[in-house]
Write a protein that binds this ligand. Structure first.
Ligand code: PD2
Ligand code: ZN
Length: 282
């Protein structure tokens, strides 16, 4: 027999709220009966609500994975990172981008440049076909890698970065230093390893995926050389001693972390990049 009674979305929502608040099904049915609802109509709606609740609690919930990044909960203007007060100059949520000021002293910038200069070679990038390294036409800078903790400046900076980004030193790759001369650039790319490339499983054996990047500016060019995020129209000026941090919780363009180094127009740009992995990188 059709009762003609119809449970509106609003009533369904009210019922769900009553259940969530801990009211029992008999109590709910009694209040609905008092309000003129027939038991079979109330029971059908209750059964549907219960099955939805059961399905929701059975569905696997993706655990929120821990990610590197500064503690911005109290909207700090500065963060004490071991031995230095680092400024928080600019933040963006999606993608997560944070621009830091006063991240390195002039002496640290000069020390890294001097130690790197004598070891520069035309930049190689990880070759995702095989997991080896190749000359990359998309990156026309010269570069080198420091070992983790290789010298006092590197070790001090790594400890500072670990505190600032709340990520163990051991999860970081060795610092990479790049020099861009006029005309040199780094075309837009993602820093994570493309899961579709055949060489990626080999690369991931050591430390898992990259999950965040910190590009630190050691020397500003006179013109050009911004770090660009084309998906969100952001350009970060390469000011000496500052840095730009961004993170990506999955290897997917949906993270909107496409980024590049715009061509240097005049002068030389030097950066140091720290990539952070999911796990210990040994
Ligand atoms: O030097 C830069 O601005 C830059 C841009 C994009 C560096 C990197 N990527 C990198 O080191 O991954
Ligand atoms: Zn990059």
């Amino acid at each position: 027999m059709s009762t003609g009674q119809f449970i509106s979305p609003e009533l369904r929502e009210w019922m769900a709220a009553q259940l969530a608040a801990g009211h029992s099904i008999p109590a709910l049915r009694a209040s609905m009966r008092d309000a003129g609802w027939q038991d079979d109509v109330a029971d059908a709606a209750l059964a549907e609500l219960q099955s939805q609740t059961a399905a929701a609690s059975a569905a696997p919930v993706e655990p929120q994975r821990a990610m590197p990044g500064p503690d911005l909960a109290a909207a700090p203007l500065e963060i004490e990172a071991v031995d230095r007060r680092v400024q928080v100059l600019q933040t963006m949520r999606n993608p997560r981008v944070v621009v830091f000021g006063s991240l390195l002293s002039d002496e640290e910038c000069d020390g890294l440049i001097a130690a790197a200069r004598v070891r520069l070679a035309r930049s190689l990038t990880v070759e995702t076909q095989t997991g080896g390294e190749v000359l990359n036409v998309d990156r026309t800078s010269d570069g080198m890698f420091f070992e983790r903790g290789e010298n006092a400046i590197v070790a001090r900076l790594e400890a500072r970065i670990a505190a600032l980004l709340r990520w163990p030193v051991e999860f970081g790759e060795g610092l990479q230093v790049l020099r861009y001369r006029p005309g040199a650039e780094y075309r837009p790319h993602y820093d994570y390893f493309d899961p579709a490339e055949p060489g990626t499983p080999t690369i991931l054996r050591r430390g898992g995926q990259r999950v965040a990047t910190l590009v630190m500016y050691l020397q500003a060019p006179e013109q050009g050389g911004a770090t660009t995020f084309p998906d969100v129209g952001l350009e970060v000026g390469p000011v000496r001693g500052t840095g730009v941090f961004f993170s990506y919780d999955r290897p997917d363009p949906a993270t909107r972390t496409l980024h590049g180094g715009a061509p240097v127009l005049l002068g030389e740009k030097w950066v140091a990049t720290k990539w952070l992995r999911e796990r210990e990188f040994s």
